[in-house]
Design a protein around this ligand. Structure first.
Ligand code: GRF
Length: 221
């Protein structure tokens, strides 16, 4: 792609498979963004290895090494600013960000969550879905506000919950959709094709049907 690419900062805490999906998308010539920096609050996160393997700058900002949340967030902001980050993607980042931090990237922070929000926000979304007995669940990409998984929804993908599912099998089925949905949503958002009134979003470029996913039990083949 000719033209400037939007600089993403990706915040991680764990395995980083969604980071990998973003790195893979950014490696494609026609993708409008690049990962400028990966910040982890967990020094041992495997996501850091994925970033290094892709030649992306990494910064560890360990929340345990900072006396307050304000100092922790200031260190993250420093890292993002030094890397010239314009948009922030949370990808399995396990700390809540303050309204103050979010204000520094107003309307430019995205998150992915493994449920069809507003169902099952917070931790263990797959377990919550199994315990509640839903037959369809999925994943959501949304703008981040100061609540827990409450910001305006950009896109969702659904998967069936099968009778013998446990957290692992259901989580893997959802993750496969996450890896498709996140790059798609990032592309739409950073190219200005998603507007939000603070609650609802409108996507001006309708994705092709092959990019969308809506499945019901038994219909996934
Ligand atoms: C994903 O399920 C994501 O939706 C949630 O945390 C998990 C992170 O997985 N926010 P990974 O680190 O991207 O593999």
């Amino acid at each position: 792609m000719s033209g400037r690419r939007v600089r993403l900062g990706v915040l991680v805490s764990g395995s980083g498979s969604n980071l990998q999906a973003l790195l893979d998308a950014c490696a494609r010539e026609d993708f409008p963004a690049e990962v400028a920096c990966v910040v982890s609050n967990v020094p041992t996160a495997y996501a850091l290895e994925r970033a290094r393997a892709a030649g992306v700058a990494t910064v560890v900002v360990d929340h345990k090494a900072h006396a307050s949340k304000a100092e922790f967030e200031a260190a993250i902001l420093d890292a993002l600013r030094s890397a010239g980050v314009e948009w922030v993607c949370l990808a399995g980042f396990m700390r809540l960000l303050s309204a103050d931090f979010l204000g520094r990237f107003a309307g430019r922070v995205l998150n992915i969550h493994p449920s069809l929000l507003p169902s099952f926000p917070g931790l263990h979304a797959q377990r919550q879905a199994l315990e509640r007995g839903v037959k369809v669940t999925g994943c959501t990409v949304h703008f981040v506000d100061a609540g827990t998984d409450t910001g305006p929804i950009i896109g969702q993908a659904a998967v069936p919950v099968l009778p013998d599912d446990d957290e692992k099998s259901l989580g893997a089925r959802i993750l496969a959709e996450e890896h498709r949905l996140y790059p798609l949503a990032v592309r739409l958002a950073v190219t200005g094709q998603v507007s939000s009134d603070g609650t609802r979003t409108r996507v001006s470029a309708v994705p092709t049907t092959s990019e969308l996913s809506l499945r019901s039990p038994g219909a996934e083949k």
